[in-house]
Design a protein around this ligand. Structure first.
Ligand SMILES: [Ca+2]
Length: 369
């Protein structure tokens, strides 16, 4: 993964160097073809750019090349390493090792063994947990269009994560966000209509994975995203296998977990204020290798999958989407402001009744290309 990311940077760097801003039309046909080849390589990462195909009558014009280079520049994250669309980051397609990192001596985690290699197709992931502000904007739009929601929702402030939304509310909200933003909704009822009635607290349909709308990430997508392109780590960062309050909003008990080395204990001292929940504004800590924030702590995040503690023994190797349901619980990931360091591990698996809400649970959206 690290090599892959490095390659991505290098490819793009070469693209930008290679064009030399192309201020004149003196470039030879050889140079143009080299640029096209690099763009084709870049398009494997960018996802929705069309590869040029075999050299011949389908060659791009210089104007088209400028356009595509401009597209890539416009979509480069502030860190200079990641392609973004709005507040979403492209998570590149590829394999990663999912589950408890027992191979490097890390602890076994309930339900998170055996380690197994999983291929995940490219997707976009929200940089931030869905905020109270974003929830409210979409919620207002949605209820004006006939959507209904089953639970109350809250957020401590506009820039804090929304919480106290159950799983049904979350997927209906994803549909509403898709429709509001001009994308195709992913969740449809068994009769083919768009899922809008979350107040019913039931869902007999499925997710159309082929469309481009917002949706909950699968558990595999979430873990791949959380690992940030780095293998064999306990937490979303790549420079240590320990956690401290400087890195995440969680409940620190260094005496109980050797990898919890926070000098401050219990609730995060900065956010232990104003009554529960002690959430923090999204993006208050450094992002991970993919440019994603709060993949450890703050609020738990709903995933699509039903939860089964034995699923890793039989899950498919490519784009696993959870066991067949219905089961009792859906997957939660990442831990929250109230959870111990163990729950903030990238391999840790939690679960909850999709019909229940809690002030420790929120979510973020993924989106197909
Ligand atoms: Ca989180």
């Amino acid at each position: 993964m690290k090599d892959h990311r490095g390659q991505m940077s290098e490819d793009r760097s070469q693209q930008l160097k290679g064009d030399g801003r192309m201020k004149t039309a003196k470039r030879t046909i050889t140079g143009v073809m080299a640029t096209l080849a690099m763009l084709a390589a870049g398009s494997a990462h960018a996802g929705d750019l069309t590869p040029p195909g075999a050299p011949g009558p389908t060659m791009y014009t210089l104007e088209e090349i400028y356009q595509r280079i401009g597209d890539l520049e416009a979509r480069l994250n502030a860190d200079g390493k990641h392609v973004t669309v709005g507040d979403m980051v492209l998570i590149p397609a590829g394999n990663f090792v999912m589950g408890a990192t027992t191979n490097v001596g890390h602890e076994t985690i309930s339900g998170a063994v055996p380690q197994h290699t999983v291929y995940v197709s490219a997707f976009y992931m929200d940089k931030y947990e869905a905020t109270s502000n974003l929830w409210a904007e979409v919620y207002t739009w949605a209820t004006s269009k006939g959507y209904s929601f089953g639970t109350g929702w809250c957020g401590k402030a506009a820039n804090h994560p929304v919480r106290s939304v159950d799983w049904y509310d979350a997927i209906a909200w994803c549909n509403a966000r898709s429709q509001r933003d001009g994308f195709t909704p992913c969740y449809t009822n068994a009769n083919g209509t768009v899922y809008t009635n979350a107040a019913a607290n039931s869902f007999d349909g499925g997710c159309n994975w082929a469309v481009n709308g917002y949706r909950l990430p699968t558990e595999a997508e979430w873990e791949k995203a959380a690992r940030g392109g780095v293998a064999d780590r306990r937490f979303p960062w790549d420079d240590a296998n320990t956690i401290q309050h400087a890195r995440a909003n969680y409940y620190a008990i260094p005496a109980s977990y050797p990898y919890d080395t926070s000098p401050t204990t219990a609730y995060h001292p900065t956010y232990y204020t104003g009554g529960m929940p002690y959430t923090s504004p999204v993006g208050s800590f450094a992002p991970n290798g993919y440019g994603l924030y709060d993949m450890a702590g703050n609020v738990y995040e709903w995933c699509w999958d039903w939860y089964s503690s034995t699923y890793y023994s039989s899950s498919p190797a490519s784009d696993p989407r959870g066991p067949a349901g219905p089961l009792a619980y859906r997957v939660l990931r990442g831990g929250s402001w109230i959870n111990y360091a163990a729950v903030a591990r990238v391999a840790n698996r939690s679960n909850y009744d999709p019909d229940d809400e809690s002030n420790v649970i929120g979510f973020r959206c993924a989106r197909g290309l």
